[in-house]
Design a protein around this ligand. Structure first.
Ligand SMILES: [Fe+2]
Length: 381
């Protein structure tokens, strides 16, 4: 089976090994003649980044490059990026990288032509309608990890550098116009990132599948996404050059983010404040939190995960799935407690207050309260 295709859902996706060679065509398809490539500092000096810049330059599209992006991107990164975009006279953004690079790139494209400040567009009610939609720059997205799925998402997570809180910036036009999913770009990912990002994709599928909101399309996508992670993450982890496994994980990542239009839940509600306060890796943090969240949600999701377990070839219904999750984490060397990631118990009250403010709370199948969230933090740390 050739793992290659052109898909139009949820946006135009060119999927297949080697398709980064189509970057200039993708820019043209998105109406971009002078792109600013945005990525994070870690990727800035890597070969995949340089060769992509070479392709753009060779096609006569310039060599616009911005890489002042923190692992948990901030409003300051966004400000600098928007300045670089405006000063350079660009007409679109290439969002290149993992979650950090993609999220910040999308915000730069979004803010490029806005006059109001960034936090006016937080994902609250209909605040997104405050934006001048015509002033949003087009985006071509190129993921280099397989986890975030931000390449098919309409939002970015940005850290407020004053309050150290993670906020979601949302607008429908932040969805990239064209995506290139080239699994060869993920071949060089180190093991801990392969695991952490892959388990983020898994968390997206699990939380979307758990969410009580009505969205049967997402439900189906989440279920198949879980299967792909279960089958292929161990292979990608064992052998980073296994291109079939890398491709299937890249699909799973896009599927997780497509599915979570249905909602996220307590895993992300906990993970966002922990990441904002302690700077931990997002996907790894999610993985540590998942078993305790499954325990909390068990009464609401046991039946539906019975069906999922059967589909995934896991015996024992929900309990079997819960056991599988723990042993899956263990197989990738994921710590069992957040304490091992440097998270202390001294700020639990603050973390609890932040978690309850997180928009992910709305998709959790059991209502989140001060008591159960605090208990979750205690169990996870
Ligand atoms: Fe996530």
């Amino acid at each position: 089976m050739s793992l290659r295709g052109n898909w139009s859902y949820p946006t135009a996706i060119r999927f297949g090994a080697g398709r980064i060679s189509e970057i200039a065509e993708a820019c043209k398809a998105a109406g971009i003649s002078r792109p600013l490539l945005v990525t994070d500092r870690g990727l800035a000096g890597m070969d995949i980044t340089k060769s992509t810049l070479d392709l753009i330059e060779a096609a006569g599209l310039g060599r616009g490059f911005f890489h002042e992006v923190d692992p948990n991107p901030t409003d300051r990164n966004a400000e600098e990026g928007v300045r670089a975009y405006r000063d350079g006279g660009y007409d679109g953004v290439i969002a290149f990288g993992g979650g950090s690079g993609l999220d910040l790139a999308k915000v730069i494209a979004f803010m490029a032509g806005q006059t109001r400040p960034l936090w006016d567009f937080e994902d609250i009610g209909d605040w997104w309608t405050r934006a001048d939609a015509n002033a949003i720059a087009p985006i071509v997205a190129v993921p280099t990890t397989a986890g975030t799925g931000s390449e098919v998402g309409r939002a970015s997570v940005i850290t407020n550098s004053e309050t150290h809180t993670k906020k979601i910036i949302f607008h429908p036009k932040m969805l990239p116009a064209v995506v290139i999913c080239d699994p060869e770009l993920t071949v060089g990912m180190p093991k801990f990132l392969t695991a952490g990002t892959g388990l983020d994709a898994f968390a997206h599928c699990v939380e979307a599948y758990s969410s009580p909101h009505y969205h049967p399309m997402s439900q189906g996508i989440a279920l198949e996404g879980m299967r792909l992670v279960k089958e292929y993450l161990p292979r990608a982890y064992a052998d980073g050059t296994d291109l079939e496994a890398r491709a299937q994980m890249m699909s799973a990542a896009a599927m997780g983010a497509t599915a979570f239009q249905k909602g996220l839940g307590a895993i992300h509600a906990l993970s966002h404040p922990i990441g904002a306060v302690y700077g931990t890796h997002h996907g790894t943090t999610n993985a540590v939190c998942m078993p305790a969240v499954l325990d909390l949600n068990a009464p609401a999701i046991a039946e539906r995960f019975g069906h999922a377990a059967a589909y995934l070839g896991i015996d024992g219904g929900f309990d079997g799935f819960r056991e599988f999750v723990q042993s899956f984490n263990d197989s990738f060397g994921i710590p069992r407690r957040l304490g091992e990631l440097g998270v202390g118990t001294d700020r639990i009250d603050e973390l609890t207050a932040m978690a309850l403010q997180d928009p992910s709370c709305g998709g959790n199948p059991v209502e989140l309260t001060g008591d159960n969230v605090k208990a979750l933090f205690e169990a996870c740390i």
